[in-house]
Design a protein around this ligand. Structure first.
Ligand code: ZN
Length: 167
């Protein structure tokens, strides 16, 4: 229930005096920031102010939706490159199976030495893959977070636009 005779600026939240003579749909300006509003009078909510001009909101919404599209692209890109990393890992495993099982190399000190080298090399490789995957997971978390923010912002803008369009 709004204070009778008073509304609140949608932009800066300052109180705006709304004299009784102002009818539903009349325009009133915020004394603090100059934002133009329309007066909304209803039994249930009393006096409320909605934006008179939703063009800036629509522009903000358009910019916001472009950003959501860009973030979704980034997220797809990050997911895709993780898939490539996993493919590289699979190829490494196949190479080892081919060396040991299919070439049936006889056991020797030389082969054991090479086994150790392969173990160390793939260990380093796995660590690097792990590091890269971790960095990507972090990036994906950041992008997801930005995406959530942008979607919340879009919902807030759509709500304000719908609100203003009803008066
Ligand atoms: Zn204001």
């Amino acid at each position: 229930m709004g204070d009778p005779g008073k509304g609140r600026c949608v932009h800066c939240r300052a109180d705006v005096a709304v004299p009784d003579a102002y009818q539903h749909g009349d325009h009133v300006k915020c004394g603090q920031c100059g934002t133009r509003h329309k007066v909304a009078r209803s039994e249930r909510e009393g006096v409320r102010l909605v934006l008179a001009d939703v063009a800036p909101l629509r522009e903000a919404l358009t910019a916001n939706q472009l950003m959501i599209g860009r973030l979704e692209d980034e997220l797809r890109g990050a997911r895709h490159s993780i898939g490539l990393g996993a493919n590289g890992l699979g190829i490494g495993v196949l190479y080892l199976i081919w060396q040991v099982a299919l070439k049936e190399m006889p056991m020797s000190a030389d082969l054991m030495w090479r086994g150790v080298m392969v173990g160390v090399a793939s260990g380093i490789g796995l660590e690097l893959l792990n590091y890269v995957a971790l960095a990507k997971r972090k990036a994906m978390r950041r992008i997801s977070h930005d995406l959530d923010d942008a979607r919340a912002e879009a919902r807030a803008l759509q709500l304000k636009i719908r609100d203003a369009s009803r008066v």
